[in-house]
Design a protein around this ligand. Sequence first.
Ligand SMILES: Nc1c(O)cccc1[N+](=O)[O-]
Length: 256
Amino acid sequence: MRFDVVTIFPDYLRALDLSLVGRAVATGTLEVHVHDLRRWAHDRHRTVDGTPAGGGAGMVMRPDVWGKALDEVMGLDGTGSSTDGADPAPGRRVLVVPTPSGELFTQRTAEDLASAATITFACGRYEGIDARVAQHYRARGVEVRELSIGDYVLSGGEVAALVVIEAVARLVPGVLGNPDSVVEESHGADGLLEHPAYTRPLSWRGLEVDPVLVSGDHARVRRLRRDQSIARTAQRRPDLVAVLGASALDGADRAA
Ligand SMILES: Nc1c(O)cccc1[N+](=O)[O-]
């Protein structure tokens, strides 16, 4: 899978050189290309924004600059090549626009995006990107996903791009050393939060690890962990409980 990120703060994406994604890039499992939007702003001041039509505070990012950038990065500029000279990979291409007004990004969204061949992120700043950019690329047949990572105010889309890339990349075959790691996690297929995790020492400052966990009785361990997941979900995320089927909560001890 190839990720492209277009931003006015390319250094913000240096975290992608590290850890899981960095290792996957080094092994060739992933490609990550970060592009400075100002490359496509050709006036003397490399202007990328303008005052909002209709008035209001802040600035809006210009569609003409974004159009030139995204055409080239997504290989839509007629030459079929992107900025690094490589032809765009065949397969599903997605343009992601992080925005507070987008659909909520969840593990299900990550699982859906994991089948894409290329994902391009348009990271807005200021009051966001002129709405015609998403409209234009949808009209050209590009799959455009306007995504929110949560209901809070951020200064731009870069941190959201990091979140989405991490969540999607770990689902790409070959990125995780142990594919089983994807299964045992919160927000898994059963929709429950993950159970508490423990390790040694079994006794620490008067707090004991439940003896069931070291009993060797795998059936009891599974049951305990499921009960803990259900109790944790019911206490912390009643919104998730509301969408779970009744069977998912059958007979569990809901003590918090
Ligand atoms: N919440 C927010 C924002 O305030 C600005 C850009 C992107 C996001 N978001 O993806 O959630």
